[in-house]
Design a protein around this ligand. Structure first.
Ligand SMILES: C[S@@+](CC[C@H](N)C(=O)[O-])C[C@H]1O[C@@H](n2cnc3c(N)ncnc32)[C@H](O)[C@@H]1O
Length: 214
């Protein structure tokens, strides 16, 4: 999908989002795909556990995972986006089991407030769009290893990182040690990587999942 050539309605239709989902064109463009969030729910869902997502944006991942967990927690530093997230979770019927925190995930005090069994960190790679063709995008994101260490110290070792498809296995394994590096293909196109840590690793090394919208 070429970003300039498509409309917000195209994104909603093609990916199969709820028809009344709220969000800007860009926030929906960089969001998770429902088909992937549902796959994740089938892989890690557990109604006894709490799941937190760092950098939750308009809440697509939270919305689709909520029914698989006892509770979900979302963190984002943009108040307007978090308000949209709240609306989406209300409309999808899962606000009662949701806690939303406004704050920076690099602030230790925010991390210390989160009580969760599993943490998803969606690397905020919109830098990739703003900084297109301006060097190594990995260097423009905040230090990964330090954040993951803090999540382990304050919250849990069971972590999933969402990364853009271009970011490779060695970048993560060199910093984080044992990982499952799952390449996610949607309709035959390499959409993202999901890096599992701790007890969420099923097969250490590279794995691949192929998903289709219908
Ligand atoms: C990576 S996307 C999230 C997509 C989302 N996981 C979904 O499935 O819809 C970008 C979000 O990260 C948030 N963000 C970026 N840096 C952050 C930080 N340091 N702390 C908290 N949120 C951050 C932005 O405000 C933006 O809403």
């Amino acid at each position: 999908m070429n970003y300039e050539a498509i409309t917000k309605a195209d994104i909603i239709n093609y990916r199969g989002y709820r028809k009344d989902i709220q969000g800007t064109k860009f926030s929906l463009y960089i969001s998770n795909y429902p088909v992937n969030a549902l796959y994740l729910k089938s892989r890690i869902g557990n109604s006894d556990l709490t799941l937190a997502e760092l950098c939750c944006s308009v809440g697509v991942t939270l919305e689709y995972l909520a029914s698989g967990f006892k509770k979900v927690i979302g963190v984002d530093l943009d108040k307007d986006i978090l308000d949209i997230c709240r609306t989406n979770l209300k409309r999808s019927g899962c606000i009662a089991k949701t806690e939303l925190l406004l704050g920076d995930v690099f602030d230790d005090d925010i991390l210390k407030r989160i009580e969760a069994d599993i943490v998803i960190y969606d690397i905020p790679f919109w830098y990739a769009h703003e900084q297109e063709n301006q060097g190594n995008l990995i260097d423009k994101n905040p230090p990964l290893k330090a954040l993951i260490q803090k999540i382990k110290t304050y919250i849990t070792s069971n972590i999933i990182i969402f990364s853009p498809p271009e970011w490779e296995y060695d970048y993560f394994s060199n910093q984080l040690g044992a990982i499952e590096f799952e390449q996610v293909f949607i309709e035959g196109s390499h959409n993202r990587n999901q890096i599992y840590l701790g007890e969420l690793i099923k097969t250490e090394g590279k794995t691949k999942i192929e998903l289709n919208h219908k």
